[in-house]
Design a protein around this ligand. Structure first.
Ligand code: NDP
Length: 498
């Protein structure tokens, strides 16, 4: 059976991909499992060379890849280019840093029980990593997560979203043309059942998608006791403090809310503004929102906001605007879907919102932005934290000391001050959600170490025939050790022999 792929910006059919069965997924995972030991045995330098070829291939084929992303996702070309730049950077970053981050670690201990032992930990690849990606970033949130998994010596089987599978298939071509070993990187296309089959067979699941599916994936992985890392939904807030540079605040807000058409886990989805600057901020934001263009992407500079990729999302976005208006919100700009062909929603600015409204509590995932007035920054902190999500948040203000103090009170995995979303491009900085926004992180040391199992090795280099720990030599010699521990740690547990 095949799955049809359409262009969200035109409605035209642009391709078909196979709907892989559970058996086909199991076969792909089995092939990957056979290929993985040789891949892991390559030197880091050889893998780095293969990554460098991949990087060059990506950059050489950037137009083909960008066109594929734009065609299947409907995003602006600029947003597609960011995905390519990210992956090119990821190849270089993980090739360079993987050896250091995964190196054996010497462990020291002063415990008399292990005197003379040489101890260290080593990291072993988990085996086959199943990467499952969403439709909003066909490259970053699928292949981007495969790169550190491969750098750690794993084979990867990638299941892209059924709505945007074409770009992932180009990467299989990359692996082939760059001379990567067979089956080390494979793509299986299909819908939810294909993803589930991957969860049922992989040794580690790297999942990016909705919180709803994330729970299902975690439960399923839990049944097999295989680890998973979950990057899920968000309801990211931006707080504008009274001392903020309003020009900067408006620019960051628009970029954070509307890049990728607002279809980012890290999109700014709600704004809280301190009362003294609320009116001035909203006036300026309104003026700038009106200048934002929306429509079919047709090259650089052709549109700011592209299409709504996922068909049912249009109803969710419209539903959140309707619900807000019914409860008393004012639409300052936009407010409705644009006529077809293709799926578009007008960039929409809402004021007079509150926390009874869906637009302030549920993930909208579209080019809409509600703005709320708050009396104090402390009230803003309380409202930011009044959410089941905890992915990211932003604070805009002039006093770094105050902004940082507030940042540390937010219940989210990442906070940017005077920025939004830029943290994603810093691969050394961990990125992951708290609460219902996820488990684990991508990027940073943990972003690659999660793809390994930890093994601890303790070697007794000078084994004595009569080790005082040994049962045959207790109790006198053993008591000597315990007394030594007593003295060292001051536990007072054993006292003196009478
Ligand atoms: P979904 O959860 O619907 O789907 C994600 C992936 O899971 C798709 O490939 C989907 O396949 C697959 N899938 C569906 N059912 C199962 C199952 N039972 N077992 C295994 N896999 C399954 O998310 P969306 O594609 O709608 O993506 C949007 C969501 O992703 C938003 O909530 C967004 O916030 C989140 N996201 C989070 C990010 C983060 O870093 N925190 C980054 C980007 C997005 P198919 O599509 O073919 O049905």
């Amino acid at each position: 059976m095949n799955i049809a792929v359409d262009n969200p910006a035109t409605g035209a059919a642009i391709g078909h991909v196979p709907d892989a069965s559970a058996e086909e997924v199991a076969e792909a995972v089995e092939r990957a499992r056979r290929a993985q030991p040789d891949w892991a045995a390559l030197s880091a330098r050889t893998r780095a060379e293969l990554f460098a070829r991949g990087r060059r291939w990506l950059l050489k084929h950037r137009q083909e890849i960008a066109s594929s992303i734009v065609a299947e996702n409907g995003k602006a070309l600029e947003d597609a280019i960011v995905e390519i730049v990210y992956c090119a950077g990821a190849f270089a970053y993980w090739a360079k840093h993987a050896p250091r981050l995964l190196a054996d670690t010497k462990i020291r201990s002063l415990s008399p029980f292990v005197l003379g032992r040489a101890m260290y930990t080593r990291r072993v690849p988990v085996g086959v990593v199943g990467v499952i990606g969403p439709w909003n970033n066909p490259l970053i949130n699928s292949f981007g997560d495969a790169i550190p998994a491969l750098a750690a010596g794993n084979a990867v089987v990638l299941k892209p979203s059924e709505h945007t599978p074409l770009t992932a298939l180009l990467l299989e071509k990359m692996a082939l043309e760059c001379g990567w070993p067979d089956d080390v990187f494979q793509v299986v296309t299909g819908a939810g059942a294909t993803g589930q089959a991957l969860v049922d067979t992989a040794d580690f699941v790297m999942f990016t998608g909705s919180t709803r599916t994330g729970r299902v994936v975690a439960a399923r992985a839990g049944e097999r006791l295989v680890p998973c890392s979950l990057e899920l939904g968000g309801k990211d807030a931006l707080v504008v403090l009274a001392d903020a540079d309003l020009e900067r605040a408006v620019n960051v807000t628009i970029q954070g809310a509307l890049s990728n058409g607002g279809q980012m886990c890290t999109s700014v989805e709600r704004v809280y503004v301190e009362e003294p600057v609320y009116d001035a901020f909203v006036d300026l934001l309104c003026e700038r929102f009106e200048q934002v263009t929306s429509g079919k992407p047709a090259g650089l500079g052709s549109t700011d906001v592209g299409a709504v990729t996922f068909p049912p999302q249009l109803a969710v976005i419209a539903g959140h605007v309707e619900d807000a208006v019914d409860k008393g919100a004012r639409v300052l700009v936009g407010g409705q879907a644009s006529p077809g062909p293709g799926r578009f929603f007008e960039p929409t600015l809402l004021a007079d919102v509150d926390h009874t409204m869906k637009c302030m509590r549920e993930e909208t995932f579209g080019p809409t932005l509600p703005v709320m007035k708050v009396a104090t920054a402390e009230e803003a902190v309380r409202l930011v934290n009044d959410s089941s999500y905890g992915l990211q948040a932003s604070i805009i203000g002039s006093s770094m000391k105050r902004a940082r103090r507030l940042a540390e009170q937010l219940e989210v995995g990442c906070v940017t001050v005077n920025d939004a979303q830029t943290n994603y491009m810093a691969m050394g900085l961990p990125m992951g959600g708290w609460k219902e926004s996820g488990l684990g992180v991508r990027h940073g040391a943990e972003g690659i170490r999660k793809y390994t199992r930890l093994q601890a090795i303790s070697t007794n280099r000078f084994p004595m025939r009569r080790d005082p720990h040994m049962i045959p030599y207790q109790p006198s010699a053993y008591r000597f050790i315990l007394r030594l521990v007593d003295v060292m740690y001051g536990t007072g547990l054993f006292g003196r022999d009478k």
